[in-house]
Each structure stands twice: as structure tokens, then as C-alpha cells.
Design a protein around this ligand. Structure first.
Ligand SMILES: Nc1ncnc2c1ncn2[C@@H]1O[C@H](COP(=O)(O)OP(=O)(O)OP(=O)(O)O)[C@@H](O)[C@H]1O
Length: 404
């Protein structure tokens, strides 16, 4: 068994006297080697372990006094290396690459039912990724990300919301309106039907509001992954979670640390994290860019995907807003697509001109209706031109069914 160093401190271990090759030799009568020194390279087959932070190859069995003085926490690891695509290697690289190639659909992740353009660009929503989402103040970030997450959740993506800016009551009200694709204020008799259906979704809310420490938030997320098998965490938004205490320079460092913690959580827990971050103040006539995200470049560097809600019209499309995918690490493309806001249903999906794409079937009564969907829970809402403001919805409660 070889050993791998999991955590290191900032100081190069080789600068510490007890870890210099000479000192190890004096204490153990065994040879250690340091990369980049005039010392000879380790002989082939030598039973050594490598300490990445120090560039040292040390004997794999150091006596306890030296081992305990390491500035690191060693942990056992059988597979330090993957060799090309060779079979039989501990990391199974070859099988895993084949798995990705032969299951392209699965590797692409869960597809949105309300946002076909997102599928075109991002392919799908995948576990273990970090998405950073930004947009001007009041442009509709919360409203959009609510529908974006709800869409996935109705398809069985277990979702945890951390709403640090608006209360869970207000958020759930927006989501319920989007779920019902229409205002429930005027049809309160249907409230219980919709609420029952909404309650059946694998959707959970953190009970935090306002400033909260990253440690507490990550602990809560880890607990939720363990207990509820959460696959998607939405943090809305980073600035409200951090509060306003730090000075400006500390604040950027603190934000970088927090972004790093969310990144690590996403990777380690195989859970997608969508992080809403306000942009820095830009001129109103300028479009936002990846570099407009508040803080250092850390957020966009760590992110797998960067989405920007631009509050201006696309010259070539309908809608007063558009969504820009400005970074896409996995597959697919970067690009833009228009969003048209429906004030009644608080939804961004299906701009009116795109309705032409939907296949319509005239029924016997001369009413216009969309071809029935697959019946999949949470599938694309069906737009009926017989409804004025409210779109017909596959999530529509079956009113013949008694409410719970
Ligand atoms: N495209 C839109 N057109 C008009 N109004 C919108 C649009 N999108 C959202 N709204 C409305 O604007 C208000 C603010 O929306 P929302 O809270 O989603 O914005 P935000 O970008 O998250 O705000 P903040 O910058 O404060 O976090 C809400 O009342 C919402 O219904």
C-alpha cells in the first residue's frame, strides 16, 4: 500500500528540518529524495511515497516520531496514478471514459422541460457541477432561478433552497404560481389541490434568512444530501448570505473562500450547486460579462457554468430579457436565448413567438390545444390560446380526485 498526502499546510515541508532528505536519512538510515535537487532520482522500484507539497520522496514506512511531525494528514490510497487508458488500472479510467461515451444522454444530465434552449446550450443539468448565476439588480434573478430549479425538481431532481434574501414564504409563493402557471389569488378554492401537489415535490428549504456562516450552510447541505439525497442546492444569494460586515478587501477574500467551499462541496458530494451572485456596479448601458461578477475572478474560474440574465432585448429575438450562457465547461455551447416574462404566471418559459414551434391540433370544437405531452410529471406547460393569461398546465390537479 502506498500513501497519499491529503492536506498540506502552506509551508513547503522540505523547509522543515525533520523533513529534509538528510534528516530523514539520519533518523531512519533510509534514503529520501527531493525533486529538483542534485540528489539522484529515486531508484526504480524503491518503496517510497511522494509528498506533493514538498517534492519529497520519502521511505514509505517512516517511524512514528517523524510521521507524527509531518505537517500533513496522510491517508491511505491505492490509486495515486491512472496510466493512460490501460485496463486493469485501479482508477478504471478506460471503463469510465467508455461509460461517458456510450451514455451520452445520461452524461448530459437532466434536461429542462420548460427551457429547450438551455438544453441546446448546456445539454443538461449534471451532478457535481457549480453554476454561477448573475444579473442586474431587480432583473428577475430569483424569479428565473426559481422556475429553472422548479423545472428540474418536477423531474425528480431533489432540491434544497437556501434563500437568504427573501423569505421562504415569498419564495414558495412565487414557485407555486410558476408551478400552477397562473395566479392562485383568484382561485383560492384550488389552493389545496396545488399545495398538495407542490408538497409532493422533492423540494426542501433551509430555514436561514440573512447572514449565515459558510460552515453552518455547508453542514446543512451535507446533512440534506445525506438525509434527503439532495442533488441540487440553490444559494440565493451569496451577498446576503455573507452579510455586510467585512471591509471591502476582506470581503473579496471571504467571498473567494466561500466560493471555494461551495465548489468543493459540489465535487465531493456529487451535488450541483447553483450560486446566485450579484454583479459589481457597471454602467447601465453595458451588458454584463463574466468579469462583471462581484469579487475576484475566483467565482468564474471555479464555476463550470456561468449564466447571465441580461436585462435588455436581443436584436434578433422576442422578449425584453435574454439569458446568456457565457461559460460552459462540459459540453454543448455558449450562447444566448430570449426570455419573455409572463407577469401572471411569473414564468420566463416559452416566449410567444416560440409558440409557433408548438404543434397545435384543432379539436372538434374549434378550440386550439397543444398536442398532449408525454404525461411526465412537470413536463412543459401546455399553452392553450383559449386561455387569456393562464397557460394550461400538465401539473393541473385532477379535480375529480379528492384532495388529501
Ligand atoms: N422580466 C421581468 N420583467 C418585469 N418584471 C420582472 C421580470 N422578472 C421579474 N420581475 C419582477 O421583478 C421583481 C424582482 O424580481 P426578482 O426578485 O426575481 O429580481 P432579482 O434580480 O432577484 O432582484 P435582486 O437584485 O434584488 O436580488 C419581482 O416582482 C418580479 O416579479
Amino acid at each position: 500500500m502506498c500513501w497519499m498526502v491529503l492536506k498540506t499546510n502552506q509551508t513547503s515541508a522540505s523547509h522543515q528540518s525533520h523533513l529534509s532528505p538528510a534528516c530523514i536519512h539520519v533518523h531512519t538510515w533510509k534514503n529520501a529524495y527531493q525533486l529538483g535537487c542534485r540528489a539522484p532520482p529515486p531508484p526504480p522500484g524503491a518503496f517510497l511515497r511522494f509528498i506533493p507539497s514538498s517534492g519529497l520522496w520519502v521511505p514509505s514506512q517512516l517511524p512514528p516520531p517523524i510521521l507524527s511531525s509531518l505537517p500533513v494528514v496522510p491517508a491511505p490510497c491505492d490509486d495515486l496514478f491512472d496510466k493512460s487508458l490501460a485496463t486493469g488500472q485501479p482508477g478504471k479510467l478506460r471503463e469510465e471514459v467508455l461509460g461517458e461515451l456510450s451514455n451520452v444522454e445520461q452524461a448530459a444530465g437532466v434536461r429542462w422541460s420548460r427551457f429547450p434552449d438551455l438544453n441546446r446550450l448546456l445539454k443538461g443539468h449534471r451532478k457535481g457541477e457549480l453554476t454561477v448565476f448573475t444579473g442586474p439588480t431587480g432583473s428577475g434573478k430569483t424569479t428565473f432561478i426559481s422556475e429553472y430549479a422548479l423545472d428540474l425538481c418536477t423531474q425528480g431532481v431533489n432540491t434544497l433552497w437556501g434563500s437568504f434574501e427573501i423569505s421562504n414564504v415569498r419564495l414558495a409563493r412565487v414557485m407555486l404560481t410558476q408551478f400552477a402557471v397562473g395566479r392562485l389569488e383568484e382561485q383560492l378554492d384550488k389552493y389545496d389541490e396545488w399545495a398538495d401537489r407542490f408538497e409532493d415535490l422533492p423540494l426542501y428549504f433551509m430555514t436561514f434568512h440573512g447572514q449565515q456562516s459558510i460552515r453552518t450552510v455547508i453542514d446543512t447541505m451535507q446533512h440534506a444530501v445525506y438525509v434527503y439525497d439532495i442533488c441540487h442546492v440553490v444559494i440565493d444569494n451569496l451577498q446576503f448570505m455573507m452579510g455586510h460586515e467585512q471591509l471591502s478587501t476582506d470581503r473579496i477574500a471571504a467571498q473567494d473562500y466561500i466560493v471555494g467551499a461551495f465548489r468543493k462541496f459540489a465535487t465531493d458530494s456529487s451535488c450541483h450547486v447553483t450560486l446566485v451572485i450579484h454583479p459589481r456596479k457597471e454602467d447601465d448601458d453595458k451588458e454584463l460579462q463574466t468579469a462583471s461578477i462581484f469579487g475576484s475572478a475566483k467565482a468564474s474560474q471555479e464555476a463550470d457554468n456561468v449564466l447571465i440574465l441580461q436585462d435588455r432585448k436581443l436584436v434578433t429575438g422576442p422578449g425584453k430579457r435574454y439569458l446568456q450562457v457565457s461559460k460552459n465547461r462540459f459540453d454543448g455551447d455558449v450562447g444566448v436565448f430570449p426570455l419573455e416574462f409572463n407577469k401572471s404566471s411569473l414564468t420566463f418559459s416559452i416566449p410567444p413567438k416560440s409558440k409557433a414551434r408548438l404543434k397545435k391540433i384543432k379539436d372538434d370544437n374549434g378550440l386550439v390545444a397543444k398536442k398532449p405531452s408525454s404525461g411526465k410529471k412537470g413536463a412543459m406547460p401546455q399553452i392553450s390560446e383559449t386561455c387569456s393569461n393562464q397557460a394550461r398546465n400538465p401539473n393541473q390537479p385532477d379535480l375529480s380526485k379528492p384532495s388529501r
